[in-house]
Design a protein around this ligand. Structure first.
Ligand code: TEU
Length: 655
């Protein structure tokens, strides 16, 4: 189907028919909590009419912004591409480590590489196939390493390049791959490039960033930062404004400059040669900004919480930049220092594998919905391999700053819709936790997880869904120990720049102390950043951790969980082992089972005549189990009674 550009005479239905328009509308509905049926109702209406009807709320330019966004992506065809034979990452279990909080080997209260090395067996025993390290490169840590000062050096407090080489080898020897975090939408203001740029804004490095002349009182446009305030900082020494979508020390790189693209590709190649198997690419969908940096629409800004996003969350040259990076950076032209050993059927390890021709590219893509996700990661499109779709994290009408209980019906709806819109060329990443979000276990249990039995049950339930959903699971450290949100009591206990800035901003706006703290506590990224609980006493022994955890509930440390066959850890390990032996659970088709039944989240996975039934009751209430036919034999969990216990999860074989 040829792409027809939208005009003001187009209808809502026309917009919804396009990939970009569909995602944009879905996102607006999700943010505002309006049901999808509204689109059907408004389907035949012309955009000019919608503009007239809604401009009172949206202000001028809203509809034009949508039209422009949709017309910028004429690149629709997704069908007819030939997917590769199954790439390794489709069957893999990834595990995200937040190095600062994983394990501390030298007692300074900060996690480090040697700490990770000493716990590699924990990961291998769990069954992890690929480890992802959040940033470890040299950084002033305004945003905990997401502000890189030197892309070829390890942060001092985390160790040395030699430690990292040893860590890479340690993963490979255990049959695991390892990827790092590539943060290249921005650099730290302390990066040599930016320092050079400030010294000589008209020199070559000035062009690496968005350095704009102007009046020191008026920023170049109305964009706001994700971490409060305007997205611009004035540098008097250079007489220029500089763009920063995140903290004021995270300066956005100007990817339109071919030198920037070449530098990034070189960095990637350098690491691949050292043995790194790929990267998770931080906010990679933000790298292309439109020429002229136009003002953001105020209505979209108010709805999304940030002004300007519609201009860069899927910018004009994004696809081109990603294809270039894949070709010039991720495609190997030199052999790596080492490769992972092959994992054999019987669980032992074989010889090292041949190098992957292309390092894996996992895109962190906030704001990207199902259709844009397909455009960015569809097989054969030569952009990314996997993307994170964040719409799973909060239910419609909610953001992470709202104090609310997660509705499990939405979890079902999210995956149903997502999977139903994919073609055989698409593959998704499945994640519930990461270092930027409170724990899903706490969101779903809504406080009931203070009861250890509930905590265990919910932890197992979430693991079941995540590890048997059709897609590649990304576990985040601590999920295997049923980690929960922390009982922070005061802003002084928090370390995250986002929480700290937001706190100050709300305070300045006059929000009362209770309402303010409620928000911060609901949404703070620090919940997931406290030290991993290796022992009952905590994570980092006697050292004072850089961020203290508050969870003291007995039973939920690694020391207690690992030896216990009924633990959440054992459940993860057993499920991962089951996946490894039965491809129906990784590559198999997924068919929903009685999806209309509330409080029953169930599906079948099947391949080559082998069938598994996954059944959960993601609610605090006992429920009647829908009657199913066939011989159903539990292999994990059970027994399978006519009523389901609260939070029950069972994996069965259908014979
Ligand atoms: O996060 C990007 C992002 O948009 C959000 O998840 C962000 O944390 C916040 O929720 C915006 O409101 C990535 C990293 O994962 C995050 O840790 C970094 O702070 C951020 O990019 C900047 O590099």
């Amino acid at each position: 189907m040829a792409f027809q550009p939208l005009t003001r005479r187009s209808t809502v239905r026309d917009v919804y028919r396009t990939a970009v328009g569909r995602d944009a509308i879905d996102k607006l509905l999700l943010q505002s909590g309006v049901p999808r049926a509204a689109v059907t109702a408004a389907g035949p209406l012309r955009l000019s009419l919608i503009d007239r009807l809604t401009s009172r709320y949206t202000g001028p330019g809203f509809i034009d912004a949508i039209i422009k966004l949709v017309n910028s992506e004429a690149d629709l065809p997704l069908e007819g591409l030939s997917p590769d034979p199954v790439p390794w990452w489709q069957e893999a279990v990834f595990y995200q480590i937040y190095p600062r909080s994983f394990a501390d080997s030298d007692g300074d209260g900060i996690g480090d590489l040697r700490g990770i090395i000493s716990h590699l067996d924990h990961l291998a025993d769990l069954g992890v196939d690929c480890v992802w390290l959040s940033p470890i490169f040299d950084s002033p840590n305004q945003d905990m390493g997401y502000d890189v000062r030197d892309y070829r050096a390890v942060m001092e407090e985390m160790g040395t390049l030699e430690d990292l080489d040893e860590l890479i080898r340690g993963c490979h020897e255990r049959g695991m791959r390892i990827i790092l975090d590539l943060v290249v939408n921005h650099t730290s203001d302390q990066h040599a490039w930016f320092q050079e740029a400030l010294l000589d804004p008209d020199g070559p490095y000035g062009d690496y960033y968005f350095l704009e002349r102007g009046d020191p009182k008026t920023p170049p446009n109305n964009w706001t930062s994700f971490f409060s305030g305007p997205a611009w900082r004035w540098f008097p020494e250079a007489g220029r404004w500089a763009l920063h979508l995140f903290a004021d020390g995270q300066m956005d790189l100007r990817w339109d400059n071919p030198d920037v693209r070449r530098e990034v590709a070189d960095i990637v190649g350098w690491w691949l040669e050292r043995g790194i198997d790929g990267f998770r690419l931080d906010v990679i969908n933000y790298i292309s900004k439109p020429e002229g940096l136009p003002d953001g629409n105020a209505f979209v800004g108010a709805l999304m919480g940030f002004v300007g996003v519609e201009h860069y969350f899927y910018g004009p040259r994004l696809g081109e930049f990603l294809r270039g990076l894949r070709r010039d950076g991720f495609t190997r032209d030199r052999p790596p220092a080492s490769t992972p050993r092959r994992r054999l059927e019987d669980g032992t390890l074989g010889d090292p594998l041949p190098p992957d021709p292309v390092g894996v590219m996992v895109g962190e893509t906030p704001g990207v919905g199902v259709q844009l996700g397909r455009l960015l990661s569809g097989g054969g499109r030569d952009q990314l391999d996997l993307i994170f779709n964040f719409d799973v994290l909060d239910t419609p009408g909610h953001t992470r700053w709202d104090d609310y209980v997660y509705d499990p019906e939405y979890l079902k709806r999210f995956y149903r819709t997502y999977l139903s819109e994919l073609s055989p060329n698409d593959w998704i990443a499945v994640f519930l936790d990461n270092h930027d979000n409170p724990r899903m276990l706490s969101k779903l249990a809504g406080g009931a997880e203070r009861d250890p039995a509930v905590r265990t049950a919910v932890g197992k339930l979430l693991a079941t869904v995540q590890l048997t959903m059709r897609g590649t699971p990304f576990l985040y450290q601590g999920q295997e120990l049923a980690a929960v949100n922390q009982g922070f009591e005061h802003i002084d206990q928090l370390r995250d720049v986002e929480s700290v800035n937001r706190h100050a901003e709300l305070l300045a706006e006059g929000v009362g102390p209770r309402a303010l703290w409620r928000q911060i506590l609901a949404g703070s990224r620090d919940h997931a950043r406290v030290p991993m609980r290796w022992t009952r006493e905590g994570g980092f022994g006697d050292a004072v951790a850089w961020l203290e955890g508050h969870d003291e509930t007995p039973g939920f440390s690694a020391a207690e969980q690992v030896p216990d066959p009924a633990s959440v850890y054992a459940w993860h390990r057993d499920l991962i082992a089951l996946r490894r032996h039965h491809r129906a659970l990784t590559l198999g088709e997924l068919t929903w089972v009685r999806p209309e039944v509330k409080g029953y989240l169930a599906y079948e996975r099947s391949l080559d005549g082998e069938r598994f039934l996954i059944e959960t009751n993601p609610t605090p209430k006992q429920r009647r189990r829908p009657k199913l036919t066939g011989r159903i034999v539990p292999v994990l969990g059970g027994p399978r009674k006519s009523t389901m216990r609260p939070w029950e999860a069972i994996v069965s074989r259908i014979d």
